[in-house]
Design a protein around this ligand. Structure first.
Ligand SMILES: [Zn+2]
Length: 169
């Protein structure tokens, strides 16, 4: 069985991948930026086996990227929120979105705008109008075209949504 860590590597990219390099993990982080907080919403949006999702969420909590709190609306369930360390992944995640968009024939289905002015962020995640690089809480995700998917998260993201604000599903 393959180990989960890059034991012999002394590069910090390997250390990063120890925390976020497993399959599904970065998509869970992406959804957390979209404001997904509940297990069932992650599951519905990602079509991920429940056991795998449970393991990935626990791993992100152990690595200090997500914090798990009791869900005030559902006894016995939890909500997951990005920590300061988790939020610090935004520039890396945005860079991956841009990189993927360049390689995709159909482009991205979502755009990211600076909340105060509505300008689309450039490829480096900066606002060309304001000359600043906004933190994720000042970024709005906007659907560019309809998704083929029909789940509570996709439906909620059909209207512009500020990153990190809990998604109404
Ligand atoms: Zn701006």
């Amino acid at each position: 069985m393959l180990g989960k860590r890059y034991e012999g590597q002394d590069c910090t990219i390997a250390r990063s991948l120890d925390a976020i390099g497993e399959r599904w993990t970065l998509l869970i982080v992406r959804d957390a930026f979209y404001g997904v907080q509940r297990f069932n919403d992650f599951q519905a949006h990602l079509d991920i086996p429940r056991a795998v999702l449970s393991e990935r969420l626990s791993g992100l909590v152990e690595h200090g990227l997500l914090v798990r709190r009791p869900d005030p609306d559902h006894a016995g369930r939890h909500r997951y929120e990005l920590t300061v360390d988790g939020r610090a992944l935004w520039p890396a995640l945005h860079a991956l979105l841009v990189w993927g968009r360049r390689r995709s024939p159909t482009g991205d289905i979502r755009a990211f705008q600076h909340a105060p002015c509505g300008t689309t962020l450039d490829d480096l995640g900066a606002c060309p109008s304001c000359g600043t690089t906004p933190e994720p809480e000042d970024v709005v995700v906007v659907a560019l075209r309809p998704s083929q998917r029909d789940d509570p998260v996709t439906r909620a993201l059909r209207t512009p949504h500020r990153l990190l604000e809990p998604l109404a599903t």
